[in-house]
Design a binder for this molecule. Structure first.
Ligand code: NAD
Length: 246
């Protein structure tokens, strides 16, 4: 057991599987109490059981403001503080500007963008009262570049990057840090829809010639969550095997 997040309370949205689950395991190994918040109840409950006494699962739809308020109330009653929020929940669709319905665009923006806004807003009072906190927003390389075949997703991830900087400015005087993480091709269920067409071809075009595991992203998120990154706020942290360097 490590001590990098000793006695810290961390909420991880979309924590039932993929990168969020890797972060939940890693945070708990480093001494945190983790709230796994997701729509996937069975996977989330199983993960909390696997981690043991340092994790619980809570059902949360990140697009629901009332649900956020209830979650924060529960967490504060249980733990008394919220030290870390990882806004990790997200959805990916492959679409194009010219073929995207308003409904689909709004669905992606709702989860990937409004969900992050509501999460940051929901924890800010508790973090201000503590005069400390670290918020990590999961964007993407699609939030660093224009991506023609992921129109809505790319727009939403640029918005996450922008919100991060704006929130970082506002919250810095309360000793709350806000940073964004920009993963490249990470081998999780999110990319399953992409596996048949082009996944391998895309992977070999990564300068490092491979995809990454969720655990490789979790190491960066852990560092940003912890006090080791104490002077970092409002910044982008890229974990993409060199994709955005090209
Ligand atoms: N996999 C990649 O290659 C990749 C690359 C860059 C960025 N990302 C981002 O990383 C984050 C994690 O994705 P992942 O790769 O682990 O994919 P994933 O699909 O395995 O995990 C996403 C999680 O978000 C949850 N979720 C979706 N909508 C939700 C909602 N409304 N409320 C609460 N939870 C919700 C899902 O149930 C799921 O558990 C996402 O924000 C994604 O956009 C992924």
């Amino acid at each position: 057991m490590g001590i990098r997040l000793k006695d810290q309370t961390a909420i991880i949205t979309g924590g039932s599987r993929g990168q969020g689950a890797a972060e939940a395991r890693r945070f708990a190994e480093e001494g945190a109490f983790v709230i796994i918040a997701d729509l996937l109840d069975r996977e989330g409950e199983d993960l909390a059981t696997e981690i043991g006494s340092s994790a619980i699962y809570k059902h949360l739809d990140v697009t629901n403001q009332q649900a956020w308020a209830e979650l924060i109330e529960d967490v504060l009653a249980l733990r008394g503080s919220i030290d870390v929020l990882v806004n990790n929940a997200g959805i990916l669709v492959f679409d194009r500007l010219t073929r995207t319905s308003q409904e689909e665009f709004e669905r992606v923006m709702d989860v990937n963008c409004t969900g992050v806004f509501l999460g940051m807003q929901a924890v800010s009072d508790a973090m201000k009262n503590q005069n400390s906190g670290s918020i990590v927003n999961i964007s993407s390389v699609a939030g660093l570049q224009g991506v023609g075949f992921q129109f809505s997703y790319s727009v939403s991830k640029w918005a996450v990057r922008g919100m991060t900087k704006s929130a970082a400015h506002e919250l810095a005087r309360h000793n709350i840090r806000v940073n964004s993480v920009h993963p490249g091709l990470i081998d999780t269920a999110m990319l399953d829809q992409f596996k048949d067409e082009g996944f391998n071809a895309a992977a070999v075009q990564v300068p490092m010639g491979r995809t990454a595991s969720a655990e490789e992203v979790a190491e960066l998120v852990l560092w940003l969550a912890s006090n080791e990154s104490s002077y970092c706020t409002g910044s982008e942290f890229v974990v993409d095997g060199g994709i955005s360097a090209t």
